[in-house]
Design a binder for this molecule. Sequence first.
Ligand SMILES: Nc1nc2c(ncn2[C@@H]2O[C@H](COP(=O)(O)OP(=O)(O)O)[C@@H](O)[C@H]2O)c(=O)[nH]1
Ligand SMILES: [Mg+2]
Length: 295
Amino acid sequence: MRFFKGLFNKVEQIFVSRRKVDEEFFEELEESMIAADIGMATTMKLVEDLKYGAKKDRITDSEEIKERLKAAIRDILLRDGATVGLREDGEAPLVYLFVGVNGVGKTTTIAKLAARYKKQGKKVIMAAADTFRAAAIDQLEIWADRVGVDIVKHRPGADPAAVVFDAVSAAKARGAHVVLADTAGRLHNKTNLMEELRKIGRTVVKANGRDADELILVLDATTGQNAVNQARDFSEAVPLTGISLSKMDSTAKGGIIVTVKDELNVPVKLVTVGEKVDDLEDFDARVFVDGLFAE
Ligand SMILES: Nc1nc2c(ncn2[C@@H]2O[C@H](COP(=O)(O)OP(=O)(O)O)[C@@H](O)[C@H]2O)c(=O)[nH]1
Ligand SMILES: [Mg+2]
């Protein structure tokens, strides 16, 4: 995972510039963590624990604090078991739904995943279930052509659940490995959107005999706390199984990975690191933590 180099630079600098462990040190540490997009609640909790431990164990060397912070972040990310990448062990077809607000990277993430599976010799079907905007269907179709996979689409304004039903049926008929469903990022209002996503979820059960194998919320890493708020909204409405974090090439703040896991218990499973079709990586929490503050 090349993306995380430098993600916590600001936090790391605290340990270089301030060796003495005192009140001011903890204040600066707290500021740097919030600046790195680790949310307020998670930051406060981590820093409080570090402060308490430092006092109790009479720690004077910030190097020791650094190791403890790393361990605490590891605990958060590995809590409840950490999987690497998407769940791929179900019987075909696997159904992956991608949700998230407009512009976060849903369609391109689907294209990248489609290209990956195609390369592995797997048959992919895209479902154009963002029927709210005609352009969204066109955009997914362009990607399907470019990558060379099938797409199931209806007319703009059609029922997105029906698109997903047809895509799953087509996947069964054609022996496809995976259905990648794009969904709308915005409807007339939020309640409509969430109700529509729930309906799509029920349709997957009807069509495939089980829940979607993954319900992935796509977030734009460059939007910081906004992304955390989106994660909260979506996780309250639908049973998210993971997060795909986009545009990690455009941000030096990786704290959101820690925050969504800590506050919402939703793991990051994928990250995208650019606009090219192979700019997609599985997120591995162990490798990520080991690389944090690497010299
Ligand atoms: N730099 C960068 N741009 C990205 C990444 N992922 C998506 N984008 C760009 O973000 C914009 C929105 O992406 P799109 O997939 O259309 O978002 P959607 O509205 O959620 O479907 C497009 O211009 C993408 O090329 C990424 O990992 N890095
Ligand atoms: Mg889109």
